[in-house]
Design a protein. Structure first.
Length: 153
């Protein structure tokens, strides 16, 4: 009976204090993590209004900088002699330069050269290939890969 009594005590023994302390510490750690994630979030109602105001200020400064770049003269690279000019002046100069040039006539449209089939390709397509290439036109000119002179054997 002593064996069964000791077995019952081992089976139903209460958890040691360190186990309970570990569980409590885990809950506290979880709570701290939740506070670290949720804590920095704003709790004011005017948060979105202040964000919108900051975005509008950044947009205004960006547009002012862009407008300044488009309407003023400045050096892009002074050592190379590259300068920026206002866009209105650049359009005037480009239009004047293009007005002085006489349009050149277009040349003839070049047609692509006939392609020769590879040496190992069969001259007639198979039935499966013909079904797949229904929409392609038949070749108009077929040349041999190496033309022989008329008098050679």
């Amino acid at each position: 009976m002593a064996d069964s009594e000791s077995l019952r005590r081992i089976t139903y023994s209460p958890a040691p204090f360190s186990t309970w302390l570990g569980i409590v510490c885990l809950f506290v750690l979880f709570g701290l993590i939740v506070l670290a994630v949720i804590g920095p979030l704003p709790r004011r109602t005017d948060y979105e209004q202040t964000r919108a105001q900051k975005r509008m200020e950044r947009l205004k400064t960006l547009r002012e900088e862009s407008q300044k770049e488009l309407t003023t003269y400045a050096w892009v690279d002074k050592s190379k002699g590259v300068a920026r000019i206002p866009i209105d002046r650049a359009m005037e100069l480009t239009a004047a330069e293009l007005a002085q040039k006489k349009p050149a006539p277009a040349g003839p449209i070049a047609t692509p050269a006939a392609q020769t089939p590879p040496a190992g390709a069969s001259p007639a397509p198979t039935a499966a290939a013909q079904g797949a290439a229904v929409s392609s036109p038949p070749p108009s000119d077929v040349t041999s890969p190496s033309p022989a002179p008329a008098g050679s054997p």
